[in-house]
Design a protein around this ligand. Sequence first.
Ligand code: C5P
Ligand code: ZN
Length: 481
Amino acid sequence: MPIRKAQITSFLASTSDAAEVIRKSVDKDEVIHVVSHLDADGLSAAGIIGKSLYRLNGTFRIQIERWIDERLVNEIANEQPPLTIFTDLGSGYLDLLNEKLSDRRLLILDHHQPVGEASSTFTQVNPHLHGIDGSCDLSGAGVAYLVAKAIDRENVDLAPNAVVGALGDLQDKYAQRKLGGLNEVVVDDAVKAGDLELEIDLLLFGRETRPIHKALTYITNPFIPGISGEEDRCYAFLNDLGIKVKTKDERWRTLKNLSEDEKKKLFSALAEHLASKNFPNEVALGLIGNVYTLTREEPWTPLRNAREFTVLLNATGRLGKAGLGVAICIGDRGVALERANNVLKDYRRTITDCLSWLAKHPDRTEELSSIHVVRGGGPINDKMIGALSSILSTGSSSPEKPIIAYSKVTGEDMVKISARTRPLLSAKSLDLGAALRIAAEKYSGRGGGHNVAAGAHVPVRNLESFIEYVNKLIKKQLDET
Ligand code: C5P
Ligand code: ZN
């Protein structure tokens, strides 16, 4: 549904209210506590708010969390920071925040579906409250960016970070994998400032700098068996197509060096390969789309391509280096980038390890009447489960069923669950966020998220009942459409 002008106006008015809360707090010299979400969108949002506070000469600290739970809320209740800003977190957990923090000043900058009412001491900025779909039309980083812009127009140079956040949350749901809705306002700001360029091309990473066979190796969305992570086979794949990997003077060719005919040939071959592995047509079509290039980043870094930037941020978050991700978002380069590049390498290796482990343990994947269950173990820990379920959902052989993957949380009696589905299913009014929230609450846990990507954590003892109940809830949702 197109967004009406009045909806944008009322949403932007709420960003001005939030900007005012921040300005006042800085004027009073308060130490501001920022709590953000551990994913590419959350880290980008933290970077945007962090940079805006820095520019205001504010005093602040940033904490990155996987979810809101009693422990976190108790910590804040005990510490009593004068102002806490939640970014990419909060709206889904208003009951918990109301229960323990209703006497505190909170600023919630989120795009998750609000559950419950916010206490009158909270200021909440959320597109859903204005009839704008936060699951695809604005990210958490997008909300943070529009607040930053309301603080000072100079902050428009942070728009690229919000583009990264939106892509990290897979909001490129419009034709040709474009960002739409309010995300378009963010994209336009970045383009006008000369910080971003859009082009339609094959969506490979390192299109200007990476040897083409390596660029193929790095495709993970979708994860293509026989291509992703398999450098030798990518090399052979190109050879078989008669696409030369080197120039006459022995230099590696990149995607940019390929002729239109060679690109067409490559795309057709990839599409054929995907079809042979039973992927539906739309997956191949998703290999072409809008490339978002951050023009101020060095061409040979993973930050140049906004989609690759999201992979780098997810890598830092999932491998326990979220601080590094935030530093990069705030603008650190040099040594920080070098370290992040190493984390990215480790992350790619870990994903390959997880997938090989799963291939060697077929008993860990089970098909129920309405869902696929993936039982983690080995290298698949609670930090990797989200990434893995995203990858598996793009390559699922029966895409009509969502993937529910889980892993035990290290050192706790809890399991972390990640649920993903292809957007195709969401058209059938599937809502994984609601299903996981309801099932987790029934079994002494917590959960929520978006219609196509959601998560939960529940006590180990309730895991099987939880899964069974999710299966039932999904069946009910699908039957009702
Ligand atoms: O952790 P994961 O990447 O699977 O989370 C997917 C989505 O579900 C995120 O948007 C996250 O905020 C949400 N989620 C939630 N409650 C949890 C875990 C995840 O709302 N306990
Ligand atoms: Zn988000």
